[in-house]
Design a protein around this ligand. Structure first.
Ligand SMILES: Nc1ncnc2c1ncn2[C@@H]1O[C@H](COP(=O)(O)OP(=O)(O)OP(=O)(O)O)[C@@H](O)[C@H]1O
Length: 563
């Protein structure tokens, strides 16, 4: 509007420059003469100087409005991207483990990085299209007020251009979807390259894998080029089309309606701006369409995250007081039953050993106890509270889990053990104590920068046994109630295993420990041993009781003794 009012000043200005009477300018202005009337009404005399000052005033005001709008847009845009990321991260934190196990890591990674930018731009372009359409509408109204016939001809021409662009739009939408899908694939390949780098490199499979990644890179580029081509086509067509419409309109005006050039100039100013806004609206709409693949995907991703939200209870948990009950627990991965009618009471501070051949469900059992795998009501009861009613995050914060593949973060040893607790004398002492208990103090001391040594991606600069010891130290540092060790000492040499074994034994009675072990010597002294067998069968007892009772346990013991 400010721009429009500023532009209407051109007519009195032309009159004034021509030495004509400014008052007569009102006749050229059609219904827009109310602007001059308004100036009179506020007591300003319409002279060349006042017109120039008023024009300057309106355009400066427009500049201020533009600044405020743009700055506000930047703020909104930033807030929007942050909100998307924070919302996504929160949803990911509540995502079911089972759903996560089937998820596409490339898609997750891409949704939080590249796609957020595309989604934000998608929304930005969507709102810009609305913004330009509003501006377009205002100019058409202004042009209509000045010269209705001329406005009508140009508006009809503008509508016709949309037909031309519709073809480009639908193609853009299709390519945009393909680009998003391929970007997910590319990110997935990238993650795999990083996590499997050592293996791929050592076997030279990296070259074959690189071919796959390269193919994906080329395809992404191809789709981007296609989008660029479509965008170039629409950009290139826009200006000639606009000028063509204006030329036709002027020709019709002058030849058939014989209108005054003053009025044509004013409406031309409006209409040129209107058509520029139309072109801008078309351009932003096309950009929006090129990002719709990402928008659809982001929506789908959020729906999947919220559909995969794990159930959670209302009852708080501050630490294990009495026991964990597993009551006729059954668990199947899809249609494959792993645990069947499994019952056990684990008393606080007991040490439970879990043994069994590969694939008999040892990890599945501890995953159920962690609440990672959902079971029916009544099957997992903690201190008399059904796990379905427990606030799972509070329960899990009392669990320490040393997984089969030790979790090491690309940071210092101190941060790996303390999980980024701010460094202080107390935290260092605590870390040292945990490292000593995990039999890691000695090797950490020998590292060039001791606790401040950075361990590389996935702890690549450490040996397998060292990684295991660091991850055990982290759980000891956390002062948890329930300690789960899944093959925690499998990567250690016999001597280190014996030492750490002694340390674990020294923790006996201080933690409720679930120790999965292939080597039976590790759990020789456990209060009870669960011996899992095929098809969900199992035996429970002390080492000696199982030797007595279970033939397959005796067999395993005998085999290991031979080994
Ligand atoms: N996410 C999953 N989806 C489908 N099947 C699974 C999944 N996780 C495990 N399984 C299957 O469940 C069975 C038990 O697996 P689990 O990892 O619990 O065995 P395990 O005794 O810990 O084996 P290992 O000693 O080799 O680690 C296996 O047959 C395995 O293939």
């Amino acid at each position: 509007m400010l721009d429009g009012i500023g532009l209407t000043m051109f007519l009195p200005l032309i009159r004034a420059v021509d030495g004509g009477q400014i008052a007569l300018a009102a006749e050229d202005m059609g219904k827009l003469s109310f602007v001059l009337d308004g100036i009179h009404a506020v007591g300003i005399e319409v002279t060349l100087e006042s017109i120039l000052i008023l024009m300057l005033f309106f355009f400066t005001l427009k500049g201020v409005a533009r600044f405020v709008t743009q700055y506000y847009q930047v703020m909104l845009r930033q807030r929007f991207a942050n909100k998307l990321r924070l919302q996504g991260i929160a949803m990911l934190g509540n995502y079911k483990y089972t759903a996560f196990a089937e998820a596409d890591s490339g898609r997750i990674q891409n949704s939080f990085s590249g796609e957020i930018g595309r989604v934000t731009n998608g929304y930005l372009n969507y709102f810009r299209t609305i913004e330009y359409s509003v501006v377009l509408f205002v100019y058409i109204i202004l042009a209509g007020l000045a010269n209705p016939k001329f406005a009508l001809i140009v508006a009809a021409g503008g509508l016709l251009t949309n037909l031309v662009f519709n073809q480009v739009y639908s193609r853009t939408k299709v390519v945009s979807k393909r680009l998003t899908t391929e970007s997910h694939r590319f990110q997935g390949f990238l993650i795999q390259t990083v996590t499997s780098f050592k293996y791929l490199k050592a076997t030279d499979l990296i070259r074959r894998y690189q071919e796959k990644v390269a193919k994906s890179i080329v395809t992404v580029e191809l789709y981007q080029r296609k989008l660029g081509f479509l965008s170039s086509v629409s950009t290139a067509l826009r200006e000639p089309l606009v000028v063509f419409i204006v030329v036709v309109a002027i020709f019709v005006q002058v030849s058939y309606f014989g209108q005054s050039i003053g009025l044509i100039i004013l409406s031309l100013l409006f209409l040129y701006r209107a058509l520029t806004s139309l072109a801008a609206a078309q351009a932003t709409y096309n950009s929006f369409l090129s990002q719709t693949g990402s928008l659809d995907d982001a929506e789908c991703f959020q729906e999947e995250l919220s559909a995969g939200r794990e159930r959670d209870g209302q009852i708080g948990f501050s630490g294990l007081k009495e026991n964990i009950d597993l009551n006729q627990l059954s668990y199947a991965h899809g249609s494959d039953a792993v645990l069947q009618d499994f019952s056990l009471r684990i008393h606080k501070n007991q040490t439970i050993g879990i043994v069994g051949a590969s694939g008999t469900g040892k990890t599945t059992l501890v995953n159920v106890i962690c609440g990672l795998l959902e079971t029916e009501r009544g099957m997992l009861v903690i201190d008399g509270i059904d796990s379905c009613d427990l606030k799972l995050n509070e329960y899990r914060s009392t669990i320490g889990y040393v997984t089969q593949e030790p979790q090491i973060f690309a940071d210092t040893i101190h941060n790996n053990v303390s999980f980024w607790d701010p460094e202080s004398t107390r935290s260092r002492e605590k870390v040292e104590k945990a490292l000593a208990l995990a039999h890691a103090a000695e090797f950490v001391r020998q590292l060039p920068q001791g606790m401040n040594t950075i361990v590389g991606i996935n702890g690549l600069n450490l040996s397998g046994g060292q990684r295991q010891r660091i991850s055990i130290a982290r759980e000891l540092y956390r002062e948890v109630d329930i300690l789960i060790l899944d093959e925690a000492t499998s990567a250690l040499d016999s001597q280190a295993e014996v030492s750490i074994q002694k340390n674990i034994e020294s923790l006996k009675g201080q933690y409720t420990m679930l120790v999965i072990a292939h080597r039976l010597s590790t759990i020789r002294e456990a209060d009870a041993i669960i011996h899992l067998r095929d098809e969900g069968r199992y035996d429970i007892g002390t080492f000696d009781e199982l030797i007595e009772r279970s033939a397959s346990f005796r067999e395993t013991v005998a085999l290991q003794a031979i080994a």
